[in-house]
Design a protein around this ligand. Structure first.
Ligand code: ATP
Ligand code: ATP
Ligand code: MG
Ligand code: MG
Ligand code: MG
Ligand code: MG
Length: 289
């Protein structure tokens, strides 16, 4: 195999396969989006075009990588969850993170014109970094997703209050503040304080704000043949020898191929729903199966 005297340099490469039986989260995040969003005149606090573009890119990535079971996005970030049994790229961390983050970056740039028509995308073009994080249990994976969704809510409440203070409101004789003044005024405030500022000075009922800003975006496959999928799983269980039925057996190649095809056919949806409470997971139990 050694085809040159230089071959030995391969040994310097690190084998970075992720531990088996762990849920893999690939989190991507826009590089320097504070600046980028200013340069592209994103509406503050929330630009609908920008979030629609993020979601469109995420949908394509989920379609492309059938190992992704669910994705959650907010602001300039997206978390892609790969199944604990995922074998893509032999679970090599760098391959997974770079393949997903580059696929996302390309989609974001290629679909830019659709969401920002007539607004040129200039260098430096938007790119997204990516990292892999492992979660050994479903419970911890769900806590991770809850953490991101709670973060979305906290940031959105802050940003909504902050940008309204900067804009001011003549109707309640609230003068505009500088960004430094608003930052100072919000230092040490609690959620309740921000809700009250929004209500009293800006006539905004935070609870009535769009779910997309409060909850972020959840991307997953909706199977039209929900019943059949459940039947297939239980039939497959029953056909195994008794002693195996309780254990999780690795799936055969044909089984995996069938599953991949079924996933490719499924509709990928974007929803702005609560994923902290149990309800979403009870309604979609197959996501983490
Ligand atoms: P880094 O490269 O370290 O990630 P960053 O500038 O991207 O730096 P983030 O913490 O990722 O820092 O913040 C992303 C920023 O992008 C937010 O502060 C926000 O201003 C902006 N942003 C993202 N999405 C939107 C949107 N839909 N509308 C308005 N602004 C947005
Ligand atoms: P992987 O995803 O594992 O990298 P791959 O198909 O990209 O799979 P590589 O070993 O990276 O496998 O091989 C790249 C292939 O791209 C080469 O086999 C070659 O056929 C093709 N290729 C790359 N550059 C050129 C080129 N300039 N002209 C023609 N073919 C090219
Ligand atoms: Mg496990
Ligand atoms: Mg960023
Ligand atoms: Mg970010
Ligand atoms: Mg290649």
């Amino acid at each position: 195999m050694a085809n040159s005297e230089f071959e030995y340099v391969r040994k310097f490469e690190e084998w970075d396969a992720l531990a088996p039986s762990n849920w893999i989260v690939v989190r991507i995040d826009g590089r320097g989006f504070s600046k980028f969003s200013k340069r592209q005149n994103f509406a503050k606090p929330n630009d609908r075009r920008a979030i629609d573009l993020m979601n469109a890119a995420a949908v394509e990535v989920v379609k492309q990588f059938t190992d992704i079971v669910i994705a959650y996005g907010q602001s300039d970030e997206y978390s892609f969850v790969l199944h604990e049994d995922c074998q893509l790229f032999e679970r090599r961390a760098a391959k997974l993170a770079t393949s997903i983050s580059t696929a996302f970056s390309v989609e974001y740039c290629m679909q830019w014109d659709k969401y920002f028509p007539g607004q040129a995308l200039e260098r430096p073009f938007p790119t997204f970094d990516g990292r892999c994080v492992l979660y050994p249990k479903k419970k911890i994976l769900r806590d991770y997703l809850s953490w991101r969704q709670a973060d979305c809510h906290v940031n959105n409440l802050y940003n909504t209050t902050f940008w309204n203070m900067v804009k001011g409101n003549p109707a309640t004789e609230t003068p505009p503040m500088t960004t430094t003044e608003a930052e100072l005024a919000l230092k040490g405030t609690f959620s309740a304080d921000k809700n009250e500022i929004l209500f009293k000075r800006f006539n905004i009922n935070y609870n009535a704000e769009d779910e997309i800003w409060k909850k972020g975006s959840v991307v997953y496959r909706k199977f039209e043949d929900k019943q059949t999928s459940e039947e297939a799983t239980s039939a497959d269980q029953a056909s195994r020898p008794k002693e195996d039925q309780d254990k999780k057996k690795p799936k055969s190649k044909t089984q995996l191929e069938k599953e991949r095809k079924r996933k490719q056919k499924a509709r990928v949806v974007v929803e702005h729903v609560d994923i902290i409470k149990d309800r979403f997971w009870q309604e979609n139990p197959w996501i983490l199966e």
